[in-house]
Write a protein that binds this ligand. Structure first.
Ligand code: SF4
Length: 68
């Protein structure tokens, strides 16, 4: 699996906020897309270089669709 850097998060992740994470997640609950704020990520330093499930599940497919 490819690893991603904070520069990738800065460039591609809507949660990136000057190196910190806004923590906005959009899971499906009972078949509906909902927005929640993940308190484990919100306001904390971006963790993409140690693995971020949101980045890998939501952001990476959009990067790959850009022909990266
Ligand atoms: S921790 Fe994940 S969701 Fe938050 S800014 Fe970094 S890559 Fe994006």
């Amino acid at each position: 699996m490819k690893s991603y850097s904070k520069n990738d998060a800065r460039t591609h992740c809507a949660n990136w906020d000057a190196g910190d994470c806004l923590g906005c997640m959009m899971p499906r609950v009972d078949g509906e897309l909902v927005m929640i704020v993940d308190s484990k990520l919100q306001g904390k330093t971006c963790v993409v270089d140690n693995g971020c499930e949101y980045f890998e599940r939501i952001v990476v497919p959009s990067i790959e669709n850009q022909g990266r």
